[in-house]
Design a protein around this ligand. Structure first.
Ligand SMILES: [Zn+2]
Length: 559
């Protein structure tokens, strides 16, 4: 139920829109927004707000405006769906990402992250590490070297097999990579025919030289050093199977045709887990009951659509065959969802028979709907004990574990490797947070506060020494905890717009009352609601807003 209330503060009247909701046995009421100073003004505004709330609820699914319907907003935000080129232009203009060495014309497949991009990337990695490493007691992290013994890449099979086949288009003369199965069957995106007779194998590993000419490689994936260090890490950290080892780091692939901005680069960063079990050990964890589009091999073969279904149910029905896969697919999806990605744009796609590696019985990808189509974010497949077995063979070292129960040695199996490219996650979060302010026309980047490059911007409302001194004091204090900036240039409106556009979730202003009452206002980027908070409580309030995800209305009464 929604109603208007009048409040008297310092002899003046203020009107608010409030709502009471039944939560279990209790009725809870909360303020939706401020309506104005007269009854007439309040009634008019209340009507508008309620209408826009109604509209948002009904259009929620199709427009995927996420939690806008539950969050009262004083402005209209519209979800934009930029092309990958438009996003790249925005990223360059606002200092997120530049083409590498742009003053020399850039360098294909390489990108430099600017001030805001470096922060966003760092926050993505921190959130990932917290979720998968600190948040669990069965996974630990390592940091291996980028260049390592070339023997590692012989054992892993990369030296021999890590190639792409590339062909030249007879019409546009561009080089493109094709799969072995596509030879003689596919055409260039321009419509031209490929010159399959002169198809060439192309090595994907970058070569380099160490010391006096010993050939080495830049690592093409972060997985191998997890395998070579497996036994040390297992012993040092007192892990017990089932358990995993995580690593975040750079990897390099000499792609023939890097494309789609950050999607396919030659230098990128991986967040990788190798998860080990004793063969046939079942998953002791409950599979999360979370819904997603499920695109089974059968649906693909029959030309049917993906079906929305709970991941737990998909496992129980035998669509996802392995309990570990269902568990990890759900967790990978929940990581994205928890950081504000739009769940409507995700699906799980099962590999068809012809896509499966010969040793694999089932394999799934977590995919995201990019402007250039559904693309893989993470692949979940069973690697068996192939890697550890190969490293045993090549190094002549025993990598087996000892089972005290049956007194036998065994090689652990990798049941899955939930690995994710940092740049791909970067794109997902940028696309899903890209909105525009309908009235003002500027971009509002609705990044989750944990991901936002700048957590808060502090500004004095007027250019006077006592205001500026207080603002500076507050910034210096908050800077010890978060990336917080002092913004004093331009009108208040311009400063809000500038911060909305780079995703700053909270703007803190120092106004005339601040000096008298020792408090400040905090404005929420998504709703533009404001609350007053005592300066000595500001740090704790921000911590709850950023780290705990509480809403602004929960830390104070909207003004
Ligand atoms: Zn072509």
């Amino acid at each position: 139920m929604v109603y208007i209330v009048k409040q008297k503060i310092h002899g003046r009247e203020y009107y608010y829109l409030r709502e009471s909701v039944r939560k279990g046995k209790k009725v809870v009421s909360r303020t939706i927004c401020y309506l104005g100073k007269t009854r007439e003004e309040a009634e008019k505004k209340a009507k508008e707000v309620m209408e826009s709330m109604k509209k948002k609820v009904s259009s929620e699914k199709e427009s995927a405006e996420r939690d806008l319907s539950s969050k009262p907003s004083l402005r209209k935000l519209k979800k934009l769906n930029p092309s990958i080129e438009e996003l790249a232009t925005f990223c360059k203009r606002r200092g997120f990402v530049y083409p590498s060495a742009e003053i020399y014309g850039g360098y294909s497949g390489f990108w430099d992250f600017g001030v805001l991009g470096a922060e966003l990337k760092k926050n993505i990695k921190d959130c990932w590490w917290k979720f998968y490493v600190y948040g669990r007691d069965d996974i630990v992290g390592i940091d291996g070297s980028i260049i390592t013994s070339p023997k590692v890449w012989e054992a892993s099979g990369h030296v021999e097999n890590f190639n792409d086949i590339f062909v030249i288009c007879k019409k546009c003369h561009k080089a493109n990579k094709v799969d072995a199965a596509e030879i003689g069957k596919v055409r260039c995106p321009c419509g031209g025919e490929y010159d399959f007779e002169n198809a060439k194998k192309f090595k994907l590993m970058f070569e380099t030289f160490v010391g006096e000419g010993g050939k080495a490689y830049l690592r093409p994936e972060t997985a191998q050093l997890i395998f070579t260090n497996f036994k040390f890490v297992y012993g040092n950290s007192r892990l017990k199977l089932p358990c995993g080892i995580a690593q975040i780091g750079k990897a390099f692939r000499n792609e023939i045709s890097p494309r789609d901005f950050l999607f396919r680069c030659r230098e990128f960063e991986q967040m990788e887990i190798e998860y080990f079990i004793k063969e046939n050990q079942s998953c002791p964890y409950e599979i999360p009951d979370v819904e997603i589009l499920i695109y089974s091999a059968e649906a693909q073969e029959k030309g049917m659509d993906a079906e929305r279904m709970s991941i737990r149910k998909a496992y129980k029905k035998g669509i996802i065959k392995n309990d570990w896969h269902a568990y990890w697919l759900a967790n990978c999806f929940l990581w994205f969802k928890g950081l504000g990605a739009n769940p409507e744009r995700f699906r799980l796609r099962q590999h068809r028979k012809e896509e499966l590696a010969h040793y694999s019985s089932d394999c799934w990808d977590l995919e995201y709907e990019f402007p250039f189509g559904w693309k893989e974010l993470q692949g979940i497949a069973d690697r068996g004990n192939y890697d550890l077995r190969r490293h045993e063979e090549f190094s002549k070292k025993d990598l087996k574990l000892f089972d005290e129960k049956d007194g036998k040695k065994f090689l652990p199996h990798v049941i899955c490797e939930p690995s994710l490219g940092v740049e791909r996650a970067f794109l997902v979060f940028m696309f899903d947070s890209y909105f525009s302010d309908v009235e003002k026309g500027n971009i509002v980047l609705r990044l989750h506060p944990k991901l936002a490059p700048i957590k808060a911007a502090v500004f004095p409302i007027v250019k006077k020494k006592e205001f500026e001194d207080l603002a500076e004091k507050i910034v210096n204090d908050l800077k010890k905890e978060w990336n917080v900036v002092y913004d004093r240039a331009g009108s208040i409106g311009r400063r809000y717009a500038r911060n909305d556009e780079i995703g700053t979730p909270y703007c803190i202003t120092i106004d005339g009352d601040s000096l008298k009452r020792n408090d400040v206002t905090i404005r929420d980027r998504d709703t533009t609601l404001q609350v007053r908070v005592k300066i000595n409580e500001l740090k704790e309030v921000l911590r709850r807003l950023i780290e705990e995800g509480v809403s602004l209305e929960e830390v104070g009464d909207p003004i």
